[in-house]
Design a binder for this molecule. Structure first.
Ligand code: ATP
Ligand code: MG
Ligand code: MG
Ligand code: MG
Length: 477
């Protein structure tokens, strides 16, 4: 079953059950505190809080999402994309726990011939919040799920809130058991790789206050209007239905993976680190394309910075797969073709999108070429002076002034039989971060494009911890 068909079945099912179908909002969220739309509920916040009356008490949609905080997982787990689509249904003061659970179960388990997704109920498990007897009873007594298939978990896993005083509530999640080949027995409480989360049903019922931490807060009352907020990962359902190993091999992503394999001439499925790189490329190309199509352009701050990082990690990954010539023309057009049925705008806006993507790749390839020349000189000098270690300050200069990634410095040095003084490099990075943070506080910056990283860290940190991400990069790439 193709991804587009799963989305269609979802919408048809909820439309039939009196939901108003609305189009996806932009990836660029209206909420100034959020860089991107990270979940289907983001554009629904005004309706959920009651600030704006909902156009209908029941809504459903397919929402484009970006989650940069999942970047470390991309290509390593089966289930995390930086871009993905969340199928969502909402009730604003209308149906509550029983309705949400019944709808989810019916859609998942009714046969394909009946318009359902045709999951076998033998493969499904659920979790509920530890004190949510009501939800557990619905699963057990109304749905008829065996009690051992229902697990209770605490706040960290099964309680939703925004981190602010206001609405909160328990949730119930549905998992697919991929089988013993994928991990140990014991349900989702034990293994989140074998037991793959597909759908989260949030029951917004409480008013919470006194927020002291993610799981430290007081439930002080009930909401006057109880709401349902659900989110199901379209790509997760797609890859399970398609019988492939992970979301990067599902039909909207796989063509880019295949194109990268072809271009590199390396095999897929033999060397783990190469496989991760192929999957990172497939994921990041698609995310970049979708961000471009929502009007984001690569730059040195905010959303543009994230886009730039995604594109540059793609270039780095391809390079580590042995390709140092431009690949965006092929990879991006492949992603466009895989996504355009769902997003025809990719084709109509192609000229503008592709121009921006290809220019970014060329700029970064020039940066890499320039950095390589400087690095070769520094390595020669090091050898001539009889040292076996490149000074941390040289690695830092390359990184800081030329935007030349540290992992690349490490790699090239190693090729030439030298090491790099990583401790000194890290210390300089740390100093730089502190400086950048102070700078960012004291002035609003106008950034030149010469350096990729210089001056960026402060912006990055306000976004999703630029440094962690750089660290990640050296690990992932
Ligand atoms: P996980 O625990 O697997 O990281 P999550 O609990 O963070 O998922 P939710 O915030 O509950 O996910 O989002 C609702 C649904 O959206 C999930 O059940 C999943 O199907 C899907 N989803 C979440 N994050 C991603 C992602 N990075 N890529 C693809 N699908 C995702
Ligand atoms: Mg997650
Ligand atoms: Mg989860
Ligand atoms: Mg979840």
């Amino acid at each position: 079953m193709k991804t587009a068909e799963i989305a269609q079945r979802y919408l048809t099912f909820f439309e039939k059950n009196d939901h108003l179908i609305v189009p996806s909002a932009s990836l660029v969220s209206d909420d100034p505190t959020l860089l991107f739309t990270v979940a289907g509920m983001v554009p629904m916040i005004p309706y959920l809080t009651g600030v704006v009356p909902a156009p209908h008490p029941r809504i459903a949609d397919v929402q484009k999402c970006i989650r940069t905080n999942d970047i470390e997982e991309v290509g390593r787990t089966a289930r995390h994309g930086t871009f993905f689509q969340m199928l969502g249904n909402w009730s604003f003061g209308d149906y509550f726990k029983e309705g949400a659970i019944r709808y989810a179960w019916e859609l998942l388990t009714s046969s394909e011939a009946d318009g359902g997704l045709g999951f076998d109920e033998k493969d499904l498990w659920v979790t509920v919040y530890e004190t949510d007897d009501e939800a557990e009873a619905i699963w057990r007594d109304i749905i008829g799920l065996k009690p051992e298939r229902i697990q209770r978990l605490g706040r960290a896993d099964n309680y939703w809130n925004t981190g602010q005083p206001g609405p909160g509530g328990p949730d119930s999640e549905i998992f697919f058991d991929r089988g013993p080949a994928y991990g140990q027995d014991g349900g989702p409480a034990v293994d989140d790789n074998r037991f793959l989360e597909i759908w989260n049903l949030v029951f917004m019922q409480d008013f919470i206050e006194n927020i002291r931490g993610k799981t430290e807060f007081d439930i002080v009352g009930e909401l006057p209007q109880k709401n349902i907020d659900t989110g199901m990962g379209l790509e997760r359902v797609a890859f399970l239905k398609q019988g492939v190993e992970n979301m990067y091999e599902s039909d909207q992503v796989r063509p880019v993976l295949d194109r990268a394999i072809e271009i590199s001439g390396r095999p897929y499925g033999e060397v783990h680190e190469d496989d991760v790189r192929f999957r990172v490329v497939a994921d990041h190309v698609r995310s970049s394309l979708m961000l471009l199509s929502d009007g984001v352009r690569p730059s040195n701050e905010g959303r543009g910075y994230i886009l730039r990082r995604l594109m540059r990690r793609t270039v780095r990954s391809m390079r580590l797969l042995g390709v140092d010539v431009p690949t965006f023309p092929e990879l991006f057009s492949t992603s466009r073709d895989a996504m355009k049925i769902a997003y025809p705008v990719l084709e109509t806006d192609w000229t503008a999108l592709s121009t921006a993507a290809f220019a970014e790749e060329e700029t970064f390839l020039r940066t890499l070429a320039q950095g390589s020349t400087i690095l070769d000189l520094a390595l020669d000098e090091t050898k001539k002076s009889g040292q076996a270690t490149l000074a941390g300050s040289e690695a830092f200069l390359l990184h800081d002034t030329y935007g030349f990634p540290i992992d690349l410095t490490l790699e090239v040095a190693e090729e030439q039989g030298l090491s790099v003084d990583r401790a000194a490099f890290d210390a300089l990075m740390q100093e730089q971060r502190i400086r950048a943070k102070e700078d960012a506080r004291s002035r609003k910056r106008q950034l030149a494009d010469v350096s990729v990283y210089r001056d960026l860290r402060a912006e990055g940190e306000t976004v999703f911890s630029g440094y962690d991400e750089l660290e990640t990069e050296s690990r992932v790439l």
